[in-house]
Unconditional design. Structure first.
Length: 85
C-alpha cells in the first residue's frame, strides 16, 4: 500500500488571514539578515566600513520579525473567532 501524500498543507490550500503578512515579514527579515552580514563583513576583513544607510537597512530584520509576528497574531485571532462560531 502506497503512503498517502495528503498532509496538513493539502487539506487547506487557501491562504489564511495572516499568511500574507508572515510571508512578507519573512522576506523583509531575510533582506535585513543579508544586509547585516554585508555590514559586518568589513569588520572581519579589515576594510573600510559601509555608509550609515547600510546599517539602516540592517534594521529591516527587526521590522520583518514584527510584521511576521503581526501575521501570526492575526491568524490566531481569526482562528479563535472561527472556533467560537
Amino acid at each position: 500500500m502506497a503512503p498517502s501524500t495528503e498532509g496538513p498543507a493539502s487539506a487547506n490550500d487557501e491562504a489564511g488571514p495572516g499568511d500574507g503578512l508572515v510571508r512578507a515579514g519573512a522576506i523583509v527579515f531575510i533582506v535585513g539578515a543579508v544586509a547585516t552580514l554585508v555590514t559586518v563583513a568589513p569588520l572581519f576583513l579589515g576594510s573600510d566600513p559601509f555608509p550609515t544607510i547600510a546599517y539602516a537597512v540592517s534594521m529591516l530584520m527587526g521590522v520583518g520579525f514584527a510584521v511576521a509576528g503581526a501575521g501570526v497574531l492575526r491568524s490566531v485571532a481569526a482562528q479563535r473567532s472561527r472556533d467560537r462560531a
